[in-house]
Ligand binder design. Structure first.
Ligand code: LIP
Length: 283
C-alpha cells in the first residue's frame, strides 16, 4: 500500500526523492566502512541490555560516520541512532539509523548484517511517525533496497512488488528473538505454534534485511517482537512500498510489541495465529 505524502508540506521544500537518494548514499557510505574495516577478529567493545546484546567498535564508528554525513548534508535535521540515541534538530525531519543491524552476525562473520537509514517526520516512534524515505544496504553482498513514501521500493534499482502464496502452509516465514532469556522462552513457545502451520522458518539475524526480503519475495512473511525503531524504520517502508502489509497485533501499528509483514491475506492469517498465542506479551 503506497502512502500518500503531501510534499508541499515537507520541511524546507525537501522532496521524498532527495531524501531517498541521501538515505541510499548514507547507507552505502557507512556500509563501505563496515565492509572494509572489519578486522579478522572482531572484539566486543561493550554490552547493553544483556551480556549477549553486544556493541562493537564498528557500531560506534559507523554511527559516527552517519552522523557526520547527515550533519554535513542536512545540519538542521535530528538523528536517532542505536548507539548514541537522540540528538535534536529544528527542521522537523529525524534520521533514524542503525549503524549495523545484525551486530551478532557481524561479530561472528555470519553474512546477514546491514546499515539501515530512514528519514521520518513526526515523533521518532513507529506508531506515530511518517517514514518519508529509507535505505537498507546489505554489507556483505552489497545489495541495497530503497523506498520513498508513495514512490515505490527497489532492490538495486529494480522495482519490487510482493506476491503471496495461496495458503499459510506454503509461506516461508522470517522471525527473530530477543536478547533476554525470559523473552526468548516466550518467543520459543510462540514458535512451537507457528512452525507446524507454515512452510518453514528462517532466523537470519537482521530485522532490516528480513523486512526487505519480504519486499523482494525471498520471505513470504516476517514477524518479530521487540524491534527497536532503528531496526525497522527503513525496512518497514521498503516492505510497504513493495505492496506488503506491515502491522502489529490487535489493530495496533507495527512496533516494539510486534511487527508482522507480508502479503495482506497471509498477514491476516498470521496475525490471527499470533494473537491466539499471545505473541505480543512475554507470558
Ligand atoms: C537485531 C535485529 C534482529 C533481532 C536481534 C537484534 P541489532 O538488531 O535486527 O531482528 O532478532 O535480536 O535485535 O541489535 O543487531 O541492531
Amino acid at each position: 500500500m503506497h502512502a500518500f505524502i503531501d510534499e508541499t508540506h515537507l520541511p524546507d521544500d525537501v522532496t521524498v526523492t532527495a531524501l531517498r537518494e541521501l538515505a541510499e548514499r548514507l547507507a552505502r557510505s557507512a556500509g563501505e566502512l563496515v565492509r572494509t574495516g572489519r578486522p579478522d577478529r572482531v572484539e566486543v567493545a561493550s554490552t547493553k541490555s544483556t551480556a549477549t546484546d553486544v556493541v562493537t567498535r564498528m557500531d560506534a564508528d559507523s554511527e559516527a560516520l552517519l552522523r557526520r554525513e547527515i550533519a554535513a548534508a542536512r545540519p538542521d535535521d535530528a538523528v536517532l541512532g542505536e548507539e548514541e540515541g537522540s540528538t535534536g534538530g529544528t527542521s522537523g525531519i529525524t534520521w533514524v539509523v542503525d549503524p549495523i543491524d545484525g551486530t551478532v552476525n557481524y561479530l561472528y562473520g555470519v553474512a546477514s548484517y546491514a546499515v539501515s537509514v530512514a528519514a521520518v517526520v513526526g515523533p521518532p516512534d513507529p506508531a506515530r511517525w511518517t517514514v518519508l524515505a529509507g535505505a537498507v544496504h546489505s554489507v556483505v553482498d552489497g545489495r541495497t533496497w530503497t523506498a520513498g513514501a508513495g514512490a515505490g521500493a527497489t532492490l538495486d534499482g529494480v522495482a519490487l512488488q510482493v506476491s503471496e502464496p495461496a495458503e499459510l502452509a506454503q509461506c516461508l516465514v522470517g522471525t527473530g528473538f530477543g536478547y533476554d532469556a525470559g523473552r526468548r522462552g516466550a518467543q520459543a513457545r510462540v514458535l512451537v505454534e507457528v512452525l507446524p502451520r507454515v512452510r518453514d522458518i528462517r532466523r537470519l539475524g537482521s530485522a532490516a534485511i528480513d523486512l526487505c526480503l519480504v519486499a523482494s519475495g525471498e520471505l513470504d512473511l516476517y514477524y518479530e517482537r521487540g524491534l527497536n525503531p532503528w531496526d525497522m524504520a527503513a525496512g518497514a517502508l521498503v516492505a510497504q512500498e513493495a505492496g506488503a502489509r506491515v502491522t502489529g497485533l490487535h489493530g495496533r501499528a507495527a512496533g516494539h510489541d510486534m511487527t508482522v509483514a507480508g502479503g495482506s491475506s497471509r498477514v491476516a492469517e498470521l496475525v490471527e495465529l499470533l494473537e491466539g498465542t499471545g505473541a505480543d506479551t512475554d507470558d
